[in-house]
Design a protein around this ligand. Structure first.
Ligand SMILES: Cc1cc2nc3c(=O)[nH]c(=O)nc-3n(C[C@H](O)[C@H](O)[C@H](O)COP(=O)(O)OP(=O)(O)OC[C@H]3O[C@@H](n4cnc5c(N)ncnc54)[C@H](O)[C@@H]3O)c2cc1C
Length: 591
């Protein structure tokens, strides 16, 4: 316990979303009981809700996931105070206080985790309305947005989704799954053109058509029409001259101006980092809040930014894996800043529970390295790859190209399997060797890009199993066969890494991309007593992000249970009926 009267080190987290809420938990987990009692953590969240899994909102729209199932673990420690429905309106850096309508929160360190807002493009009928979006027009960023779209879909006769990036496709497929006829309007030459080459995009377009989604490419939204009650009733597009086909949705052609009747419009045009607080506080802001490798603002060593609002040196991805990784790193670094230092001068130590003195420069702080300096030595930087979606704001700064697995994008669209990673399509360089297997009639397109004997990119449309194998090959950076054609022909020649087969999956294979959990972590967690998928999720956090790894985790849990029959067995795996259970040592396998 902190001695009576000892000052507590105050961390204020602004934003109770996926990253801010995780950060509070990560920080508590990094501190011993004594240390945690010497720290006071306050989380301010503008939303009224407990933190929830935003990634799953498109599945809520599709009706595949219930709202009740998307809650995230909140702070489960008395020393964390969460103020829901409390918006930070300013940061007074000279007094070190975060200001809200209800009062001020003093801080020793403030962590901005304010996320991003849906980008609303400047379209006539959308941005020129008094009182915000017209009735019938929606964005998808929050739980309330998802609710609004679901409610509107009940009576919708025709929906238009503006934007055919990852989020646009997820929403379009979700609405189609609910039985609503959908048109998608996209300014690019083909859907998901940030991630996919044109050929792959065309296959996606054909697959969308089979799902009842008409795609307008190279199209500009001129106007969203509203009726006399201010309700959305149509969308006018400008299309290329050769795009005269008129969908059966009731659109009427005319030169290259197309008028589509629509009573529901969803804007899926990217997201913009929430930087208002930082900007008003005089901190450097680019696309996001500028931070260094230590996640601190270059203007103020007490202000940090993580998650979608941050702009680290490698660029923000808008993907949750990056935010959760930053959360872990910052929590570890702040915890070590609070921890007693063995080399601390007498009286400057926290060994008795006293916290470091964080008086501003000029008031005695000069004898210690600044917090930022200390953090810089402990923060680990992982390179992040370019061009993220979903949640990626349009026009984002290109990030450093790198192959790490954090740029694996999996589309969660009902009826449409797409996974992409690394380099693809037009982004290929001359030294890249690319092989493609394209079968538009069956909705299948697989492309692998190889350089220096490694897989540096892959695109899989309509080929989930191949996608899983290639993801494993890509994230592990294992050598690929001399003839990369083998990567495409899974049924003919097994690839070097079989992601779906736990027995042959090396320990280092990353199973959960969002949380960076490997097969080895899952096996270790099992050996520590986990006996179900829920236990594995609690112990490692696998499956708690986008959920795309759930089948693999179920398979691993089945395999572990079968391999160790003395255990009670798997109690809640969805995959407990998996055929052909292997009988193998459950002990970690090295590759
Ligand atoms: C529909 C959808 C699908 C997605 N799918 C994927 C996916 O498949 N894979 C993936 O990796 N990522 C996906 N993302 C992106 C992912 O959700 C984000 O990367 C993640 O939510 C970022 O977390 P965050 O905490 O930084 O921001 P957020 O989750 O947006 O949380 C920010 C919080 O801060 C609060 N806040 C803002 N300003 C203030 C203030 N002044 N005071 C107090 N509180 C404030 C906001 O209200 C919000 O609650 C998706 C996003 C959406 C919307």
């Amino acid at each position: 316990m902190s001695p009576v009267g000892a000052p507590r080190w105050r961390v204020v987290v602004v934003g109770n979303g996926m990253v801010g809420s995780r950060f509070a938990n990560d920080l508590v987990a990094c501190l011993s009981d004594d240390e945690v009692s010497a720290v006071e953590i306050t989380v301010l969240g503008a939303e009224e809700y407990e933190p929830y899994n935003r990634v799953l909102l498109s599945e809520v729209v599709a009706g595949k996931v219930d709202l009740a199932a998307i809650g995230l673990p909140g702070a489960d420690d008395d020393r964390v105070t969460v103020r829901r429905g409390t918006e930070a309106i300013a940061i007074d850096r000279s007094a070190r206080r975060v200001i809200t309508a209800d009062g001020a929160y003093p801080y020793d360190a403030v962590v901005l985790a304010t996320g991003a807002a849906a980008r609303v493009p400047d379209i006539c009928g959308i941005t020129d309305q008094a009182g915000g979006l017209p009735r019938g027009a929606h964005v998808l960023r929050t739980l309330d947005d998802a609710r609004g779209i679901v409610a509107a879909s009940v009576n919708a006769r025709h929906a238009v989704v503006i934007g055919a990036g990852v989020l646009g496709l997820e929403v379009a497929c979700g609405l189609a799954y609910r039985g609503v006829p959908v048109s998608v309007v996209h300014g690019g030459a083909s859907p998901m053109d940030r991630q996919l080459g044109t050929d792959a995009g065309r296959v996606v377009e054909a697959s969308l058509a089979r799902l009842g989604v008409h795609t307008w490419t190279d199209a500009r939204t001129e106007r969203v029409r509203t009726d006399r009650h201010g309700r959305v009733c149509g969308v006018e597009l400008r299309t290329p001259d050769d795009a005269a086909d008129v969908p059966s949705s009731g659109a009427a052609g005319g030169a290259n101006l197309v008028d589509i009747e629509a009573d529901l419009v969803v804007l899926a045009c990217g997201a913009t980092p929430e930087t208002g607080l930082a900007r008003a506080a005089g901190l450097a802001v680019g696309r996001g809040v500028v931070v260094g490798d230590d996640l601190a603002s270059p203007d103020d060593a007490r202000v940090f930014a993580i998650g979608d609002c941050a702009e680290p040196p490698e660029g923000g991805t808008g993907l949750i894996a990056q935010g959760w990784d930053q959360s872990r790193r910052l929590a570890a670094a702040l915890a070590s800043a609070v921890r007693p230092r063995e080399d601390a001068p007498v009286g400057g130590s926290t060994a008795t529970g006293r916290l470091p003195d964080h008086r501003p420069a000029g008031t005695g702080e000069g004898d210690r390295p600044s917090m930022a300096l200390r953090l810089a030595t402990s923060a680990v930087v992982r390179p992040v790859a370019p061009e993220p979606e979903p949640g990626t704001p349009a026009g984002g700064a290109p990030a450093r190209a790198a192959v790490t697995g954090v740029d694996v994008v999996r589309v969660k669209a009902v009826g449409l399997e797409i996974v992409t990673m690394g380099v693809s399509g037009a982004a290929r360089a001359p030294e890249h060797r690319a092989l493609t297997l394209s079968d538009p009639a069956s909705g299948r397109h697989v492309e692998v890009v190889v350089a220096d004997g490694r897989l540096v990119g892959a695109t899989c449309v309509g080929a989930a199993d191949v996608g899983a194998d290639l993801t494993a090959t890509y994230t592990r950076r294992v050598p690929v066969p001399a003839d990369p054609a083998h990567l495409l022909l899974r049924p003919v020649a097994p690839p070097p890494v079989q992601a779906a087969t736990p027995t042959q999956m090396p320990d280092q294979t990353t199973v959960c991309q969002c949380n960076g959990v490997t097969k080895g972590d899952l096996v270790a967690c099992w050996h520590d007593g986990a006996r179900s998928v829920a236990d594995l999720a609690r112990g490692t956090r696998a499956t708690t992000g986008c959920g795309g790894c759930r089948d693999v985790v179920c398979g691993i849990a089945d395999w572990l249970a079968a391999a160790d029959p003395s255990d009670d067995g798997v109690r809640d795996t969805a995959a407990s009926g998996t055929a052909g259970r292997p009988v193998l040592s459950p002990h970690p396998q090295r590759s």
